[in-house]
Design a protein. Structure first.
Length: 158
């Protein structure tokens, strides 16, 4: 059976990162944007990360520019923005498409495993997927779901 750990993703510098490197850790995978009304969620994600990283949590951020061009063109600007404005210390990867013909294979898989309310497509920035220690998708959260609202579900996986 396929799990999240069967995928590889690109780091901002273009290097490949196998997700199997995170085997045994609960994950929150989220498509992000730097210029979105929901961008302040970086603060809540960072708070969860700081609170639970020593228990194994990893948060994987994937910048996406598919929703009203709300991401910087240059990935260096994106990572700097996240670090300077929100103190983000969890990994931010290369920019991806989450929908359409060029959707990153990881996000195709995530959407197949946990469909949204009306369709499988991701409707906006900050759609969050909670993944257990075995690489299985446990839940999908709407863009408007604040990261703190995931905490109880996350604690069950730690």
């Amino acid at each position: 059976m396929t799990t999240v750990y069967d995928f590889q993703v690109k780091k901002p510098n273009g290097d490949i990162k196998p997700l199997k490197d995170y085997a045994g850790q609960p994950l929150i995978i989220v498509n992000t944007a730097s210029k979105c009304g929901l961008t302040p969620q970086f603060k809540g994600l960072q708070e969860l990360y700081e609170k639970y990283k020593d228990s194994g949590l990893e948060i994987l951020g994937f910048p996406c520019d598919q929703f009203n061009n709300q991401e910087f063109e240059n990935i260096e600007e994106t990572t700097e923005f996240c670090q300077v404005n929100y103190g983000v210390s969890f990994p931010i990867f290369a920019k991806v498409d989450v929908n359409g013909d060029n959707a990153d294979p990881l996000f195709v898989f995530l959407k197949e495993q946990k469909k949204g309310l009306l369709s499988k497509n991701i409707k906006w920035n900050f759609t969050k997927f909670l993944v257990d220690r075995n690489g299985n998708i446990v839940d999908r959260y709407a863009p408007t779901t604040e990261p703190g609202k995931i905490e109880d579900d996350l604690k069950k996986l730690l």
